[in-house]
Ligand binder design. Structure first.
Ligand SMILES: *[C@@H]1O[C@H](CO)[C@@H](O)[C@H](O)[C@H]1NC(C)=O
Ligand SMILES: *[C@@H]1O[C@H](CO)[C@@H](O)[C@H](O)[C@H]1NC(C)=O
Length: 488
């Protein structure tokens, strides 16, 4: 204990009525100083311009995506001290519009527990976080998981509830019991939690509470029958256009042809549900949310009747080329969800139009002609989908490359990072056939048509993007330079 810490704790004992600075407050002050000190060391070459990234260090799942007191809040799994995974903190950003983001101080620091994923709700003026306390133990499997609360009166400074844990263990004693997603229905709070059966099949558990502190187990909302992985993480459950959607991240699904090629999956089951029986009846089988290489742990938030989603724009157990630059991981752009014809469509927000700075291209390229694009660019591509479309994007100075293709014979959209690293899916347009492609310094998000097929993939071009026309047909292309909307 440093001498100043000692004096502070001594003062706390002697001046009970004064607001005490505790050890955890000192740790928070030290952490923010450390972050400020490390930011100048970051190599900016792959830093994203309009996607949330950690200020330094590692980021994974989105957490606590919510609206509170006039602003949107987004937290994230955060390890500040290295650009690889480590004991989990909660980083924190806020936004007036889900497009422009402000960095806030780290919300939760690990103590005896690591602060794993969870969610946030407003209780009057108080913002309440419910998260998983992941503790290391000395018996197999060497960890356990329980649910904790933390509160904030100002939306910036968070303190942990002294009655934790509020949900000590899964009904079957599984050590995997995590990622609470809380919502309110009527006068009661509900939470879904990811877990598994004793014979290692992923499942989602449903509970309810009057005060977020005492919880009653209601039902197993969904469970793998053996073909959907050994663990379901990061569940979310919500009503969308008259149906209920169980969204989750199954671990351990086997690839089937073009499906489920990422390390872990993210997808949803559409069905019906009522708050009397607490039973969810699936009606449409599991579908992936996004067909790209890097999309995981999606979490939604509702505001003014609209349902928004954001996901970790990265993947487990793959190279993260930015980690040598002092950071790793990002969030996708926020998308709005709709349910159309038994599937979720994802659309970029209207507010994204405000990021358009100026037009860098409008018209046509000759075959094989190459054009340079800024690191942050939106492309609008219009072609005749009875014929092949192919665009090749690569770094001006080398690095990552990606082919974006439409193959009318197979009816497939393809995002190909080369060397066989392909994701593809069938696309039958339900409306417009226009593509919107959001390029950032190390990412590509392709929205086909109304958003019925979306790909999110990280790509690492050096020296900005260049676009080569590989299409034989006449395509109309607009390109806009996009403004920065996150801290540099
Ligand atoms: C989890 O493990 C920690 C450390 O051994 C222990 O203090 C805590 O009581 C355990 N919690 C549960 C729910 O088993
Ligand atoms: C690519 O070249 C073809 C053939 O000249 C042309 O018709 C098409 O419009 C070009 N595509 C783009 C993206 O400019």
């Amino acid at each position: 204990m440093a001498l100043t810490d000692f004096i502070v704790s001594f003062l706390c004992v002697s001046a009970v009525s004064a607001k005490c600075i505790t050890d955890i407050d000192n740790a928070k002050i030290d952490l923010e100083a450390y972050i400020d000190f490390k930011i100048p060391d970051i190599n900016p070459r792959f830093r994203l311009h309009y996607h949330v990234t950690p200020p330094v260090g590692w980021m994974n799942d989105p957490n606590g995506f919510s609206y509170h007191d006039g602003e949107f809040h987004l937290f994230y799994q955060f390890y500040p001290y290295d650009s690889v995974w480590g004991p989990m903190h909660w980083g924190h950003v806020s936004s007036p519009d889900l497009v422009h983001w402000n960095q806030l101080p780290t919300a939760l620091l690990p103590e005896k527990e690591q602060c794993f994923s969870g969610s946030a709700v407003s209780v009057g003026d108080t913002m309440t976080l419910m998260y998983t306390a992941h503790e290391v133990t000395d018996v197999e499997p060497f960890y356990n998981e329980s649910q904790y609360l933390a509160f904030s009166d100002d939306g910036v400074y968070f303190y942990k509830y002294d009655g934790n844990p509020v949900l000590p263990a899964a009904p079957n004693g599984s050590p995997d019991f995590r990622d609470p997603k809380v919502w309110k229905y009527g006068n009661e709070w509900y939470v879904v939690l990811g877990s598994k059966t004793v014979d290692k099949r992923g499942r989602v558990l449903l509970y309810k509470s009057k005060d977020l502190k005492e919880w009653e187990f209601l039902s197993v909302l969904g469970e793998s029958q053996g073909d959907m992985g050994y663990m379901w993480e990061c569940p979310d459950f919500f009503e969308l256009d008259g149906k209920f959607v169980l969204l989750m991240s199954p671990q351990g699904m086997q690839p089937e042809g073009d499906r489920y090629k990422n390390t872990f999956q993210n997808g949803y089951i559409i069905g019906s549900f009522d708050y009397e029986s607490n039973e969810f009846h699936p009606e449409v089988e599991f579908q992936e949310m996004d067909y790209g290489h890097d999309f995981y742990a999606a979490q939604t938030a509702e505001h003014k009747g609209k349902r928004y989603v954001v996901a970790w724009f990265s993947m487990w157990e793959v190279p993260h080329p930015e980690d040598v630059d002092g950071w790793s991981g990002a969030m996708t752009i926020v998308r709005e969800l709709k349910l159309i014809d038994d599937r979720i469509v994802m659309k970029p927000l209207e507010e994204m139009l405000e990021l358009r700075h100026h037009t860098v291209m409008h018209g046509r390229l000759r075959p094989q002609e190459v054009t340079r694009l800024p690191q942050a660019t939106e492309l609008i591509v219009d072609g005749n989908i009875r014929q092949r479309i192919e665009l090749f994007l690569q770094g001006v100075d080398g690095g990552g490359k990606v082919w974006v293709r439409w193959d009318p014979a197979a009816g497939n959209v393809v995002v190909d990072r080369g060397a066989g690293d392909i994701r593809q899916v069938e696309w039958s347009p339900i409306g417009t056939t226009t593509w919107r492609i959001f390029l950032d310094a190390s990412s590509l998000e392709l929205f086909c048509g109304e958003g019925e097929v979306v790909f999110s993939s990280r790509v690492y071009p050096l020296g900005g993007w260049k676009l080569t026309n590989l299409s034989r047909q006449s395509l109309k292309i607009e390109a806009y330079h996009l403004k920065r909307s996150v801290p540099a």
